[in-house]
Write a protein of this length. Structure first.
Ligand code: SF4
Length: 202
C-alpha cells in the first residue's frame, strides 16, 4: 500500500468518511503529457485516474480541480469534455485562478497568461460542462475580468486572510460578491486589472 488513492486498499481506509467529505482532486489535462508535466511526475495522470475511479467506486463525493495557466488553458475545452465523458460521477468541477506562490511564482514565465484573454479561453469549457448538467465553478478570478455571462459561475473563493482588492474596487458595485485578488499579487498588477462594475446585473 503506497498511501495514494490509486491503491484500492488505501482508498478503502476512508470508507467511514464516505458522504461526509468532498475530495478535491487536481487534474490538469486530459492527456498524461500535460498533467504529468504540470505536476512534474511521470505516471501521475494514470495514478490520478485510478485514484478518481477508486474513490468513485467506493461511493465518495469528488470535486475535480484544475488551475488555469499557460500550460492548461490551450486544452481546457478538451479537459472539460474528458471530464464529462470519463468522470461523470464528479459532483463539482472547479476552474481556478493561479495563486502566485511557491513553485508557481518561480515558474511564472511558463505559466503567465493575459487576464484580459482568460474569459474567452474558458467560456466554451464552462458552457459545455454547464449544458452537460455538471456543476462548474470559477475560483480566484475577479468578476471584472469575466464576461457577464460567466460571472454567475464565479465564487468568492479567496480566504479573507489571503485576499486583497485594488484601489479602484472601492467604487465597484459587486465588490461584496467578488473574490478580488491574492495578496501575493502586486499592487501594480491589481491596479492594472481592476475595472469597477457600476451596477449589478439585472
Ligand atoms: S473592480 Fe475589484 S471588486 Fe470589482 S469586479 Fe473588479 S476586482 Fe472585483
Amino acid at each position: 500500500m503506497d498511501g495514494k488513492f490509486a491503491d484500492r486498499a488505501f482508498a478503502a481506509i476512508f470508507d467511514d468518511l464516505r458522504g461526509h467529505v468532498v475530495w478535491a482532486i487536481p487534474l490538469y489535462g486530459e492527456i498524461s503529457r500535460i498533467h504529468d508535466y504540470v505536476v512534474q511526475s511521470d505516471g501521475a495522470f494514470v495514478e490520478t485516474m485510478n485514484g478518481l475511479h477508486n474513490l468513485a467506486e467506493r461511493g465518495h463525493r469528488i470535486e475535480v480541480r484544475t488551475v488555469l495557466h499557460a500550460q492548461t488553458l490551450p486544452r481546457i475545452e478538451r479537459l472539460a469534455q474528458f471530464i464529462y465523458r470519463n468522470l461523470p460521477f464528479v459532483e463539482h468541477v472547479t476552474l481556478m485562478g493561479l495563486e502566485p506562490m511557491g513553485l508557481a511564482r518561480s515558474n511564472m514565465p511558463l505559466l503567465e497568461i493575459n487576464p484580459a484573454e482568460l474569459s474567452v479561453q474558458i467560456a466554451s469549457a464552462i458552457s459545455f460542462l454547464h449544458q452537460a448538467g455538471m456543476h462548474v465553478s470559477v475560483y480566484n478570478i475577479p468578476l471584472c475580468t469575466l464576461e457577464p455571462g460567466l460571472r454567475p459561475f464565479a465564487r468568492k473563493s479567496i480566504s479573507d486572510w489571503k485576499n486583497e482588492y485594488a484601489s479602484a474596487c472601492g467604487a465597484c458595485a459587486v465588490k461584496e460578491e467578488c473574490c478580488g485578488f491574492f495578496r501575493s499579487t502586486s499592487t501594480k498588477w491589481r491596479d492594472g486589472i481592476a475595472a469597477p462594475i457600476l451596477q449589478h446585473a439585472a
